[in-house]
Design a protein around this ligand. Structure first.
Ligand code: KG4
Ligand code: ZN
Length: 351
């Protein structure tokens, strides 16, 4: 059977991305445009600016990626786009662009859950990764532990009861004046800091369920900062290191709890933007090894938002026999991967 060719579009946050991926795992072409420069003056992602930037960049980027891959729209077998969850303006722009292309070219449309893109992304680079695996999904909007039983089969084992891990990195970067985007800035600062200098809490570490909490840790960083007279660059670096060590310890402890709750897992897998963090990856690798589990972390470019994972999730869905979506597919600001998951007390708007 000739492999199918999927055009994927991602626009749910502050990256505009387009990719051409084959079902045999060949990445034919891909581009990612970051909007960092537009959001930097505000120290965070401004939804309206994000949406406007997606509008400007997306259509030319589709043409450029097709040209990069040396293919015409007619050669593509399906068109996939993130349909949620995410910033609704951006999601709508990506989805409506995909609908227009699908309608004009007479191709099937696949409306992809962004979280499913992250969840299946490790299988794009690792053909041997078999279901069921334990997934730590840590991004700007989500911190979850999921049992990935198959394509479209996700059981949420744990979630954050307040902030997401990436959100905590971003807020701490802002508190410490480290710049935007926050996660990589904290990681860079932490590399030169003394992680033992500031004693910070490890929220929920040791608790019976594997849920996460990061809001108290972030507030402790604020208090520690305000407790230093004439807080300077050296202090910021040490506090970044102390925060990262605490966050890593929380992630590892909660993940170990979930490993115990999922005895049949084939591997421990990490995905989402925070999975690009070297300290997070190293600590999780050690945890997996201590439990005699293989550890899979996609390369950093595949951890942060990209369209290859969206095209790949669509390829997985088609191969698993899921039907294409209609042109009436809706953009969804919220879209839990496991609709049966119990709401967690205190979890607020986070799925
Ligand atoms: O998956 P992603 O690109 O977008 C969402 O779906 O949210 O994740 C973005 C998040 C941001 O919070 C960002 O600060 C964080 O991932 N992040 C990092 C690193 N790179 C990105 N956090 C810690 N260390 C990093 N190196
Ligand atoms: Zn993401």
């Amino acid at each position: 059977m000739t492999p199918s060719l999927i055009l994927g579009i991602e626009s749910s946050c502050d990256e505009t991305a387009v990719a051409l991926v084959r079902s045999d795992r060949t990445i034919v072409a891909q581009r990612v445009a970051s909007q960092d420069a537009a959001h930097r003056p505000f120290g965070g992602v401004v939804p309206e600016l994000a949406a406007r930037s997606h509008v400007e960049v997306l259509t030319p980027m589709v043409a450029a990626v097709l040209a990069d891959g040396g293919v015409r729209l007619a050669d593509v077998d399906a068109i996939a786009a993130t349909a949620g969850p995410g910033l609704i303006g951006g999601v709508m722009i990506g989805l409506v662009t995909a609908k227009a292309l699908a309608f004009a070219a007479g191709k099937p449309l696949i409306a992809v859950n962004h979280l499913e893109g992250h969840a299946l992304s490790p299988r794009l680079i690792d053909p041997a990764l078999a279901f069921p695996y334990l997934l730590l999904l840590v991004s700007g909007g989500h911190s979850q532990l999921l049992a990935v039983d198959g394509v479209g089969q996700y059981r949420r084992l744990a979630t954050t009861i307040d902030d997401a891990a990436g959100e905590a990195f971003d807020k701490v970067a802002k508190l410490l004046g480290l710049g935007f985007p926050g996660g990589p800035a904290v990681e860079r600062a932490a590399a030169g800091g003394d992680a033992a200098r500031f004693p910070l809490p490890r929220p929920l570490v040791g608790s019976g369920d594997p849920n996460f909490s990061f809001a108290g840790l972030k507030s402790a960083v604020l208090r520690a900062r305000d407790g230093v007279a004439a807080f300077g660059a050296r202090d910021a670096v040490d506090l970044a290191a102390s925060f990262q060590a605490a966050a890593v310890e929380c992630l590892v402890d909660r993940t170990a709890r979930a490993i115990a709750a999922m005895p049949g897992a084939t591997a421990l897998v990490v995905a989402g933007g925070v999975a690009a963090n070297g300290a997070v990856r190293a600590a999780l690798a050690a945890t997996a090894a201590a439990h005699a589990l293989p550890f899979i972390a996609p390369p950093p470019w595949l951890c942060t938002d990209n369209a290859a994972m969206i095209a790949w999730a669509a390829a997985e869905r088609l191969a698993a026999g899921f039907a294409a979506d209609g042109l009436d597919a809706v953009a969804r600001p919220r879209w839990p991967l496991d609709p049966a998951a119990e709401p967690v007390r205190g979890a607020g708007v986070k799925a």
